[in-house]
Design a protein around this ligand. Structure first.
Ligand code: SF4
Ligand code: SF4
Length: 343
């Protein structure tokens, strides 16, 4: 993989020039919340250590969209959500989360909506420094070596730029006057020192590697009942977790002609009480404790068994978001110590 160097003063002009490769997207402030969204102007882009509240999955697995239109003769898929895009300012853990979603949506049978959005979207990654609840050092997702077209590491005054695809080379080629091929030993040493310094900045961690075994031993743990009693079944953890990918489909009929309609897809959560409700009225996970065990089983064990990559990428959003402090830290701590937190 090629590494180049770019002076910081060229960044904004270079990023702006990428609009010839597709509509620019990136983190921006929207209604007071940092959010991945369409950029009308490069000045809207916010390059920051903070993660947007809703992860990048929303750009590839939209919260709600129409999959197809149907009538009595058949159906017509609707691929209007797919457009050429360039997403700027993507953190390493978010790139890892897309690789996890690839494992789910690009396996046979391939999801054509996700595949279309992935194929038509360039990823421009950016380094970040850990904030209070960032845990990517524990999940080995603090650096990334695939899944991006360009990746910028900010070394103050200049960026080291990793080129990760042929599209990335095309982007560089457009403004090659901004890039210096002469990356020196000192530059690489600065990067190594930056990583060492950054690694010391993490405030929280957990022993992720031991969690699959602990999950195996914890099926009947009282920890699930303890947290199940507190859980509100609000589903917020699923909405903010970058690797949660469940959805429901609903058919919406035209009120004037009941043979015509559309099929919509909308995010779902296994934390909702009716998620495992089946015909006949049986609910496979009627209790909140059962639903929590399923959710954390996926994050801490099953996803890794099924796909070879862990289901938690350490973004810390569950720590930030759960209104009753149920998150990957409190769950792993309780399962490891076999002690439930005091109220
Ligand atoms: S674990 Fe927390 S965020 Fe998730 S459903 Fe329960 S209360 Fe809501
Ligand atoms: S389990 Fe929590 S820390 Fe891990 S990826 Fe999901 S939201 Fe982020």
């Amino acid at each position: 993989m090629r590494i180049l160097k770019m002076q910081s003063k060229f960044l904004e002009v270079f990023l702006e020039s990428l609009d010839k490769f597709g509509q620019l997207y990136g983190p921006k402030q929207k209604n007071g919340v940092l959010s991945y969204d369409r950029l009308e102007n490069i000045s809207e882009l916010v390059i920051t250590d903070e993660h947007p509240m809703i992860p990048i999955k929303k750009l590839f697995h939209p919260m709600q969209f129409t999959m197809m239109h149907f009538n009595e003769k058949g159906f017509e898929p609707d691929y209007s959500v797919i457009e050429k895009r360039v997403v700027l300012g993507v953190h390493p853990c978010e790139i890892h989360s897309l690789l996890r979603l690839d494992d789910v949506f690009l396996r046979e049978p391939v999801d054509p909506y996700y595949a279309g959005l992935r194929e038509n979207t360039a990823i421009i990654g950016f380094s970040c420094l850990p904030l209070e609840n960032h845990l990517c050092i524990s999940t080995d997702t603090d650096i990334v070596s695939e899944g991006f077209d360009l990746f910028f590491v900010n070394l103050k005054g200049f960026y080291l730029v990793w080129v990760g695809s042929s599209l990335g080379y095309d982007m560089i080629h457009e403004r090659e006057e901004f890039f210096d091929e002469n990356v020196t030993h000192e530059d690489i040493q600065m990067y190594v020192d930056w990583r060492k310094k950054r690694n010391k900045m993490f405030k929280k961690s957990f022993d992720f590697d031991s969690m699959p075994d602990i999950m195996d031993l914890s099926h009947d743990s009282e920890v699930w009942d303890h947290f199940g009693d507190k859980c509100l079944s609000c589903g917020q953890c699923s909405m903010v977790c970058p690797t949660c990918n469940c959805y429901n489909v609903t058919d919406v009929f035209d009120v004037t002609n009941e043979t015509v309609g559309r099929r919509n897809r909308v995010w779902d959560s296994c934390m909702f009480v009716d998620y495992s409700l089946v015909a006949g009225g049986h609910n496979f996970r009627a209790s909140r404790a059962d639903r929590l065990r399923l959710w954390y089983g996926h994050k801490l064990k099953t996803f890794g068994v099924d796909y070879g990559r862990p289901g938690c990428i350490g973004c810390g959003r569950c720590v930030d978001s759960c209104p009753v402090d149920i998150n990957v830290l409190t769950i792993s701590e309780a399962l490891t110590t076999e002690e439930v937190p005091k109220q």
